[in-house]
Design a protein around this ligand. Structure first.
Ligand code: OGA
Ligand code: NI
Length: 279
């Protein structure tokens, strides 16, 4: 399954701790302070929301999240929360470091596919970067709900910083078995998203994952999403389609994909299935 721990990521343990601490501090603010940021409109560049996709789902999930656009920083940081006071500085620093890490990983993935190191980065264009600070409160009936339902990430690559003390993330192995991805000291988790599956013509799979909740402890995670620029044209790289074969996926812009992802019905299968075949 395409979910991996990375240890030698070069981001200091101290910074990771600060990110987790300030994230938790944010969710501990009084509800009336946080309510100013509430929105369920997915296109907003900063918003506090709840569950997964409140406009589409019939069953809600046990999660609150703060979603931020993070690149270019100068454009978005002014609108970020200034309470807690250290939020902007700590999260900006982390965003820069995590972006560099993500770009390095995309380089390694390109090489791994037999492409030039900067191939995928070039295809994805000036990538956006989004962050979800996920807060899963203690849940009195954890077997009746999820923190996040089964999904794949619609973007290219996700780097996840997880609560070091509380488990919750699970990934689907071989389409059949849910495996816990428990926190490891100082490790980040990397999940491949739908766009790498499309570009690689299915050689890499975006990972099905979900988050479970528990009655004893709250849990925090910080997901950083590298996203193709909206106008990027995504489709299987010609070199990765076997001789005489048809590409599995058609070409589309990321803008088209992202809109489809958030507007489709959630009981549908993999969003990429809607982009198969020629066009
Ligand atoms: C996400 C996600 C998992 C987690 O934010 O897309 O999958 O463990 N988070 O919080
Ligand atoms: Ni996810």
């Amino acid at each position: 399954h395409s979910s991996h721990y990375i240890i030698n990521h070069g981001i200091s343990e101290e910074l990771l701790e600060k990110v987790m601490a300030v994230g938790l501090e944010f969710f501990r603010l009084p509800p009336e302070e946080k309510a100013k940021l509430y929105s369920d409109e997915p296109s907003k560049k900063i918003r506090l929301s709840t569950s997964f996709n409140v406009r589409k789902e019939t069953v809600h999930n046990w999660r609150d999240y703060l979603r931020l656009h993070c690149h270019p920083l100068e454009e978005f940081v002014p609108d970020w929360p200034s309470n807690p006071e250290t939020f902007k500085e700590i999260i900006s620093t982390y965003c820069c470091e995590v972006r560099l890490l993500g770009l390095r990983l995309l380089g390694a993935i390109s090489l791994g596919l037999g492409l030039e190191e900067d191939y995928i980065e070039n295809v994805l264009g000036e990538q956006e970067q989004h962050m979800a600070v996920n807060y899963y409160p203690r849940c009195p009936k954890p077997d009746l709900t999820y923190g996040l339902p089964k999904h794949t990430d619609p973007n290219a690559l996700t780097i996840l910083l997880m609560d070091p003390h509380v488990s919750g993330l699970q990934v689907l192995k071989d389409g059949a078995q849910w495996i816990a991805v428990d926190p490891r000291p100082n490790a980040l988790v990397v999940n491949l998203g739908d766009q790498l599956q499309a570009l690689s013509n299915g050689a890499y799979k975006s990972v099905w994952h979900r988050a479970v909740v528990n009655a004893a402890r709250e849990r925090l995670s910080v997901a950083s999403f590298l996203c193709p620029c909206n106008s990027a044209v995504i489709g299987p790289v010609a070199k990765l389609v076997g001789d005489g074969d048809e590409p599995v996926y058609r070409s589309y812009t990321y803008d088209e994909y992202y809109k489809k992802f958030w507007s489709r019905n959630l009981d549908q299968d993999h969003c990429l299935e809607l982009f198969t075949g020629q066009k």
